[in-house]
Write a protein that binds this ligand. Structure first.
Ligand SMILES: NC(=O)c1ccc[n+]([C@@H]2O[C@H](COP(=O)([O-])OP(=O)(O)OC[C@H]3O[C@@H](n4cnc5c(N)ncnc54)[C@H](OP(=O)(O)O)[C@@H]3O)[C@@H](O)[C@H]2O)c1
Length: 280
């Protein structure tokens, strides 16, 4: 497979910045990821699917990953096609670093290394603080943090060489404000923000940015077999959200799309809350 046309390799850090940022008077148009490969973990999920559609609409070739969800992977491919893009959805267990490195090696061999990485794979379990133990903490860590940061580090090496990269980790408002009943999950998401703020320092001068998008409560996936939160819980949260409703996955994806764009070249190490102005 040949490298998508239009991908540039700038020679110096300064050139990288110039290549990444829109020129004077140039609109930061939605298609500014044309010719770049975007790797999205958790692409079969609700938010991951919307992120894939957003990046496809911006012109990226999207390589999504799924864990179990073959049916949901088909929905992701439909969403990418509807956005006018191209993509594939491959199996990946993010807690198995060998699988992740094998996927990166394949993309490198095919000359389509990811210049954009969005880590949307993740999830929570309801384990209250008094019942939490080493097992629960380890599960939350491996799924939400260890897999994402190891993949980001491995992908970043290629980005450094190309002097362009966008890494977005999907955190959660829980990582900023805490979440009763899910302390391990909240702690894991908080760790992502600390990792991004740290890695941003190491990668910034090479044109690679690292940010976290931290959604608040998102509407349930209409395609999910079961909702994570009850209607009662959704109502209670909505009352404390300035916007007066839950987020759509597309609204989360729009924030991700901006941070992945060349136009976001001077935003790094940040955690962007997409929570509708929640106060609780
Ligand atoms: N929804 C919300 O309200 C909300 C709020 C804040 C933050 N978030 C965060 O947003 C991210 C996406 O959540 P979502 O709502 O889209 O959830 P979702 O629909 O359940 O999607 C989760 C995704 O993670 C994948 N996954 C699970 N275990 C995996 C593993 N071991 N290896 C690789 N992939 C794995 C799933 O794959 P399969 O489906 O193929 O098994 C799926 O693609 C998560 O990190 C979540 O913590 C969600």
């Amino acid at each position: 497979m040949t490298r998508p046309s239009g991908t540039t390799e700038a020679g110096t850090t300064g050139a990288a910045a110039a290549a990444a940022a829109p020129g004077p008077g140039e609109a930061a148009g939605p298609a500014r990821l044309a010719g770049r490969t975007a790797l999205v973990t958790g692409a079969s999920g609700h938010i991951g699917r919307a992120v894939c559609a957003e990046l496809a609409a911006r012109g990226a070739h999207v390589v999504g990953t799924r864990h179990g969800g073959e049916k949901r992977a088909a929905l992701m491919l439909d969403a990418v096609a509807a956005a006018g893009g191209t993509g594939e959805c491959v199996p990946l267990d993010v807690t198995d670093h060998d699988q992740a490195t094998a996927l990166l090696a394949r993309l490198r061999r095919e000359k389509t290394p990811p210049e954009v990485l969005v880590c949307a794979a993740g999830g929570t379990e309801r384990v209250p603080a008094l019942r939490a133990g080493p097992g629960t903490g380890r599960r939350a860590w491996e799924l939400n943090v260890a897999g994402a940061t190891a993949l980001a580090a491995a992908a970043a090496k290629g980005m450094l060489r190309r002097r362009f990269g966008r890494i977005v980790l999907i955190g959660s408002r829980a990582g900023v404000a805490g979440l009763p009943g899910q302390p391990d999950y909240a702690a894991a998401k908080a760790a992502l923000s600390a990792w991004a703020a740290s890695a941003a320092w190491e990668l910034g001068r090479f044109g690679v940015t690292v940010n976290v998008v931290a959604p608040g409560a998102v509407e349930a996936d209409p395609h999910a077999e079961e909702a994570v939160y009850t209607a009662e819980e959704d109502r209670a949260v909505t009352e404390r959200v300035a916007v007066g409703r839950l987020a759509t996955a597309a609204e989360v994806a729009a924030a991700v799309g901006f941070l992945c764009s060349p136009a976001a070249s001077y935003v790094t190490g940040q955690t962007l809350l997409v929570d509708g102005g929640a106060r609780f």
